[in-house]
Design a protein around this ligand. Structure first.
Ligand code: GLC
Length: 459
């Protein structure tokens, strides 16, 4: 069944039997690899043997893993240090649960971990402070990324990938329907999507959709919904000063508008979509897609029906301006690593300028170093890179992970479930926002209040 044809709104959640079975299998696989490394270590003579590190990556697609293996082989050639890449689950929440399980159970876990920007405070205690080792590199990173990886004065991870929500659009269709530019506002997007969809369907493309995005009740919905509401002045869910601001008219209107999209310009099943689902429908036939810059690679792949027929821009503005959610990944060194020196070398190598440059070309991974966005070779193939750079200037919004620390997974889950209940029509937006506000008080103990005037960062 093509993803656009999914049964209407299904919840994707961690607790499904299938996900749990996958997760248990994944934990098993990671444990077997770790155990075999440990046994290897025990039987080996202790001196003059090359060190083998283990790396647990936050982002794992088949193509990414293949390219990463090549990077690791190059690292071994340069340093003599070997690295074993561990498998990891798909969703952000399952990954975090696995990371926590491994870090809590103590010794012999991975040496280096991939860390999503939202995990810094949650995992802080298990990681070394990288600040003393990366004096020169830190100032070269996007400041917003460094801020996301900092707790007080400690640097928990070094970023190697920047990420921002962007708008993908079909240039051929915009031209055909008489639009010279991509939509500047959400209202324009809604009108253009509806018109193009109606036109394409009239031509017989019954499965064509106006706008696809991520509506499944996962971390990805937290990112999408935050963009809708922050661009309308509806705040950051919980503000930097610990005010729970989510129950406000601008956020409510933004959620309600998205609920209107479901089944009109967006597929009825969009409430079950994660990034890969939106990408599949977009490649099969949709006018617009919200996704991360890396979605360029599959859209532009040889054999893709939309190859050279699309472009990428910043997300549309609401009445408060534009807001793309800041995402991204970094690498941290476990406090429990038996080889911290070598592990730090690995982090240094994977975040190095030349390695990031190559990765940006091979995999369309946006670098974490702003200076690389001035290099024509890096900017060349993926228009999303220039737009990511522009989004850093026009407005980015961060999820409230640093202000909520360990509570962030519960906060994000509650938020995504509340928005999801509006998308499914189960609740009205005002009702869902009021209930969420109380739930967030219960989770965090913070006070209620209005959003700050403009919470979008620019750099
Ligand atoms: C992307 C982002 C990450 C975010 C995730 C949500 O991988 O880089 O920050 O948490 O998507 O699905």
């Amino acid at each position: 069944m093509p993803p656009g044809d999914r049964p209407p709104i299904s919840k994707r959640n961690l607790c499904s039997r299938e996900n749990r079975a996958n997760y248990v299998g994944m934990v098993g696989a990671v444990c077997i690899v770790l155990l075999s490394l440990l046994l290897e270590g025990c039987t080996r003579p202790p001196v003059h043997e090359p060190v083998t590190l283990t790396l647990l990556e936050e982002w794992t697609t088949k193509t990414f893993n293949e390219a990463r293996q090549q990077e690791l082989q190059q690292f071994t050639r340069e340093t003599g240090i070997r690295v074993k890449l561990l498998p990891s689950p798909e969703s952000a929440r399952e990954k975090l649960a696995l990371w926590q399980e491994l870090l809590r159970t103590g010794a012999s876990g991975p040496d280096v971990y991939g860390i999503d920007v939202i995990w810094t405070r949650i995992l802080n205690e298990y990681f070394l402070d990288l600040k003393p080792y990366f004096g020169n590199e830190i100032s070269l990173q996007f400041p917003a990324l460094t801020a996301s990886y900092s707790v007080d004065n400690k640097l928990v991870a070094i970023a190697y990938r920047a990420d921002i929500g962007l708008l993908f659009y079909r240039t051929d269709l915009l031209r055909e329907y008489g639009y010279r530019e991509p939509p500047r506002t959400w209202d324009e997007l809604e009108i253009m999507a509806a018109r193009i969809q109606a036109g394409e369907r009239a031509k017989g493309k019954k499965e064509f959709w106006g706008f696809v995005w991520q509506g499944g009740a996962t971390e990805a919905l937290t990112c999408n919904a935050l963009e809708w509401q922050a661009s309308e002045g509806g705040g950051q869910i919980i503000e930097k000063d610990q005010t729970i601001s989510v129950n406000n008219p601008d956020a409510i209107r933004a959620w309600q508008r998205a609920a209107r999209w479901v089944g009109s310009i967006s597929p009825p099943g969009v409430g079950g979509y994660v990034e890969a689902d939106a990408l599949n429908v977009w490649v099969a036939g949709a006018a617009f897609m919200r996704n991360w810059p890396t979605a360029f690679a599959d859209s532009q792949a040889a054999g893709s029906p939309i190859r050279n027929r699309f472009d990428i821009t910043v997300l549309p503005a609401g009445k408060a301006g534009r807001a793309g959610t800041l995402g991204g990944a970094g690498l941290g060194v476990s406090r429990l690593s038996a080889h911290p020196r070598e592990a730090i070398e690995l982090v240094r190598y994977l975040s190095r300028r030349d390695v990031q440059t190559k990765r940006s070309r091979v995999l369309s991974v946006p670098p974490s170093l702003p200076e690389l966005y001035d290099v024509p070779d890096v900017l060349g193939p993926n228009p999303g890179f220039a737009m990511l750079r522009q989004a850093f200037r026009t407005g980015i919004v961060s999820r409230p992970s640093n202000v909520t620390g360990n509570k962030y997974p519960d906060v994000s889950e509650a938020y995504a479930q509340a928005v999801h209940s509006v998308l499914t029509g189960e609740k009205r937006a005002a009702e869902a926002a009021a209930a969420l506000e109380n739930e967030l008080v219960r989770i965090t103990g913070f006070k209620k209040g209005p959003p700050q005037a403009d919470q979008r960062a620019r750099e």
